[in-house]
Design a protein. Structure first.
Length: 225
């Protein structure tokens, strides 16, 4: 009996890991070209690899994860980190790591809470504040997102992910193509060896096609490539 229960617990944990990997992959696709500031983000290739090693025989319906199930999985993943937090309640790296768990599962309100706490201890961390700003964007507050990005650039004027995301929020969140172009052109000037330079150049060209629109004008044209 005990072995059977233990076996079911292990299988559920494996299934959770599989579902979370798939969700992270899908979230990455849905997010378009936004980049996480934190280096600990699981890339789509990592998520895809995790999904490919999932247990065989997973029911097809299990892939349709509800927000409640996703929140439950995020909470379970955060549990050991929260336990460690009891001993180190002001550890900025640990707080940011917990924020990342919720960010990667689209629980942006929770992510904001932990990123805020992390930044109280380490206010000049550009990666965490970039993730905070992007979280605010996904919560529908583009103005606060831009505010956080500008704070990052005061500390680190060459922070590439911030300038990239700034442009995306200015375009997608504020419908201000000219501001987006300015942010991306500044990125290419400040970081001439930026690895996704060609992608940025393509986005600049697309944004310039909308530059005659007044900021805030609604458009049905997608802002992504």
């Amino acid at each position: 009996m005990g072995q059977d229960q233990a076996g079911r617990s292990t299988n559920w944990t494996s299934l959770q890991a599989y579902m979370l990997a798939v969700i992270c992959l899908l979230v990455g696709i849905c997010m378009g070209y936004f980049f996480r500031g934190s280096a600990s983000q699981a890339s789509p290739s990592v998520s895809a690899s995790a999904a490919s090693t999932a247990p065989r025989g997973t029911p097809a319906g299990q892939g349709q994860v509800t927000p409640e199930q996703l929140k439950h999985m995020a909470d379970k993943q955060a549990e050991p980190l929260l336990a460690r937090l009891q001993a180190s309640p002001n550890d900025p790296a640990l707080l940011a790591q917990i924020g990342n768990v919720y960010y990667d599962t689209r629980n942006y309100s929770e992510a904001v809470k932990f990123y805020d706490q992390s930044l109280k201890a380490d206010p000049k961390n550009p990666d965490v504040r970039t993730d905070l700003g992007t979280s605010y964007y996904y919560l529908g507050d583009a103005d606060r997102a831009v505010q956080e990005f500008r704070t990052v650039l005061k500390y680190d004027p060459r922070h590439a992910q911030t300038m990239f995301n700034m442009g995306m929020v200015q375009w997608q969140g504020k419908n201000d193509a000219k501001a987006a172009v300015a942010s991306w052109e500044q990125l290419l000037k400040a970081v001439p060896d930026y690895p996704d330079r060609s992608k940025v150049q393509q986005l600049i060209e697309k944004a310039k096609a909308h530059s005659d629109m007044a900021p805030g004008t609604k458009t049905d044209k997608p802002a992504t490539m």
